[in-house]
Design a protein around this ligand. Structure first.
Ligand SMILES: Cc1cc2nc3c(=O)[nH]c(=O)nc-3n(C[C@H](O)[C@H](O)[C@H](O)COP(=O)(O)OP(=O)(O)OC[C@H]3O[C@@H](n4cnc5c(N)ncnc54)[C@H](O)[C@@H]3O)c2cc1C
Length: 625
């Protein structure tokens, strides 16, 4: 975890003139909401925000949740975190306690605020109910001073700025004077209140400069998510609405989706103008929604064009040396980081020598958030995964729909399939139709450029490689046929295990198989993703237990519940790697073996299963460059 002011300095040195961005979230009320937020972090983290920040309910009303989310985001989502902290209605000891917890957990960025009493925005309520605790603080400046006094330079401190003046300020000059006091007390950056009128912000920045304020000033951008929300917010906050903006929204106000589209367009125009006028970074109020902000970042051309590794590194300092992970948790990175959080050493490319990894994979104390799902959560999942499935083929259809993007997520995959999956989507759908339930895969890649938009990673000028990989659940009968097929090839290795721990395979359990590797200029070969037996056995417990997230959405004793439980109890979890990354055809081969299995079961010969329109290889992409 780095201090944001230091991270900004490094960024400006390495990428002069390139703006950065940050995302603000608030603590959701329910546990399910928090879980959804964590999933959102996983989806938004690849955009590589400079930091994310989490609001603090004035008076400490969200203290525990805000702290928990901040620690989680830092530890498990690879995000640099800034925690908001307000000082009104908060005794000094409580503030110290929160700051101590931050420090203990490696959080070193605080947005120091005064806070507002609840309902303060309602007409005539300004500053009503605001309390300075005995011995506590009246203004954000006091909090900044206190943090510096108690913690020296440990924290990077941000403060709030108001380009159009704070609501309570009777005189803009006084407001600016108080801002300067916050900066002089030790603030490192300013994040502003939301605004839509760029001249107000640019004028504010000029005034700050004239007063000798040289720290970065980040504009607060709030994408318009709904017509009513926009009107309410701008009225309550008395935000200036630039000419023409309301007319653009008025024209589409009956159509919620169009309002969002116009909101995205307005934000892109606003941010472009700010960037052209030298604004160093952008701060997005996400309102815990991802799609508009992600579209805006994309529309501004600010999405990162390269990844350091095929997976996102944790922002935790002690994990910085980590450079290899098992492929099994590719779709559940948070869970992997959690389960390995007590590791002091990380395998550094020699995964097979790390000893008994299985014991090291944390206790299998992982809690499925859906064990006791709230009615609403269960209802949402039933809509996604079926109201009353009665046959395994109903279940397979859900897996196929996930590949088609018709189902948003599966217990094993909290995010939509990776873009590279498009290259093998047809085969995956076919496999699910044939009775396999696929949960993880990658196409083979033979020397794609490291800058390739879909599979590239690492420094420019390199080449990346992948072995084809497939992971799925299937019946014992199907597995037997697949084993037979694998036996006839010399390049495929597999591991299989059922819930009770009955194992099969043709691999040496002490060896790791590198399934992703890269060759870079003047550097050693890197192999960030592996398949290995011990990790697979640790993953197996988690993979089978995730069926519980599905079965629990159906009432006890129903046919649907029994079906899902029986799949979980009887199916095997299987992974196959094809070492032939040059010309192997793993997926079509498995399709052939699975079809043969169905034929032998039904006694009916089917047409050859290879679909000539299937394009199994990614290697051709490299040739295009
Ligand atoms: C980016 C951002 C994030 C926010 N996050 C949160 C959050 O997580 N939780 C939350 O509850 N609220 C949050 N707020 C709202 C914020 O708490 C309110 O706007 C609050 O009214 C002011 O906070 P401040 O830190 O700017 O206060 P201050 O800087 O203390 O200023 C408050 C008012 O007092 C005046 N003032 C300052 N010093 C003096 C002085 N010495 N004498 C007289 N007057 C003075 C200022 O001019 C201003 O009018 C956030 C606001 C912003 C812009």
């Amino acid at each position: 975890m780095s201090k944001i002011n230091e991270k900004i300095k490094i960024w400006q040195k390495e990428k002069p003139g390139v703006p950065w961005f940050s995302f603000e979230y608030f603590p959701p009320k329910t546990d399910q909401g928090v879980q959804n937020l964590y999933e959102r972090f996983d989806r938004m983290a690849p955009l590589d925000p400079m930091w994310i920040d989490v609001t603090w309910g004035a008076g400490g009303t969200t203290a525990d949740k805000t702290l928990e989310i901040c620690i989680h985001a830092l530890k498990y989502h690879g995000l640099n975190v800034m925690m908001h902290l307000t000082c009104t209605n908060m005794p000094k000891e409580k503030l110290k306690e929160a700051l101590d917890i931050c420090k203990e957990n490696g959080i070193c960025n605080i947005l120091a605020l005064r806070g507002d009493p609840p309902g303060h925005l309602e007409a005539g309520a300004a500053s009503q109910g605001f309390k300075q605790c005995e011995g506590g603080f009246a203004y954000a400046t006091d909090l900044v001073k206190y943090i510096r006094q108690e913690f020296g330079d440990y924290f990077c401190i941000a403060v709030a700025g108001y380009p159009e003046g704070h609501l309570e300020c009777t005189c803009f000059d006084d407001d600016m004077k108080h801002l300067k006091e916050k900066v002089d007390a030790g603030a490192d950056l300013i994040v502003t209140q939301l605004f839509y009128d760029n001249p107000s912000f640019l004028g504010y920045v000029e005034r700050c400069k004239a007063m000798g304020i040289t720290i970065p000033i980040l504009p607060g951008i709030m994408p318009i998510q709904s017509y009513a929300g926009f009107n309410k917010m701008t009225t309550l906050c008395q935000t200036k609405v630039p000419p023409g903006m309301l007319e653009r929204l008025d024209a589409v106000k009956e159509d919620a989706e169009k309002v969002k589209d116009v909101g995205v367009q307005i934000a892109i125009e606003q941010c472009k103008d700010l960037m052209q006028n030298g604004t160093p970074g952008l701060h997005f109020y996400t309102l815990n929604l991802e799609s508009s902000v992600m579209r805006i970042v994309e529309g501004l051309g600010l999405t990162p064009d390269s990844r350091d590794l095929p997976w996102k590194q944790s922002a935790d300092q002690k994990r910085k040396v980590e450079d290899v992970r098992p492929i099994f948790w590719a779709n559940r990175p948070g869970s992997y980081v959690r389960r390995t959080s007590t590791w002091n050493d990380f395998p550094n490319g020699r995964f097979g020598e790390f000893g008994s990894l299985r014991c090291a994979y944390g206790d299998f104390g992982f809690v499925s958030f859906a064990k006791d799902p709230a009615d609403k959560a269960a209802e949402t999942r039933r809509k996604m995964w079926g109201e009353c499935p009665t046959t395994p083929s109903d279940v397979c259809k859900v897996f196929a729909s996930f590949i088609k993007n018709d189902v948003q997520k599966l217990p094993w995959c909290t995010d939509a399939p990776a873009k590279e999956t498009n290259f093998i989507a047809k085969q995956l759908i076919r496999l699910n139709e044939l009775g396999l339930m696929t949960i993880n895969s990658q196409p083979r890649v033979n020397a794609a450029l490291s800058t390739d938009p879909l599979v590239g990673w690492g420094p420019a000028g390199g080449f990346v490689y992948q072995k084809a990989y497939l992971e799925f659940f299937c019946t014992k009968e199907m597995l037997d046929k697949i084993k037979e097929g694998i036996g006839k090839t010399s390049t495929c290795s597999y591991m299989a295990v059922n819930k009770k721990g009955r194992k099969m395979g043709n691999v040496n359990s002490s060896c790791a198989n590198a399934v992703t590797w890269g060759v870079f200029p003047s550097a050693e070969i890197r192999q960030p993703t592996v398949v290995d037996f011990n990790s697979f056995m640790a993953w197996k417990d988690e993979a089978f237990s995730l069926w519980g997230e599905w079965s629990s959405i159906y009432a006890e004793g129903t046919e649907s519940r029994k079906l899902i439980e029986s799949v979980s109890d009887t199916y095997y979890l299987v992974n196959i790697v094809d070492d032939n990354f040059v010309s192997g055809d793993l997926l079509n081969n498995v399709i052939g073996w699975a079809s043969a299995s169905l034929e032998s079961m039904s006694g009916v010969a089917r047409k050859p299963s290879k679909d000539p329109t299937c394009v199994p290889e990614y290697s051709r992409v490299a040739c295009h460059h």
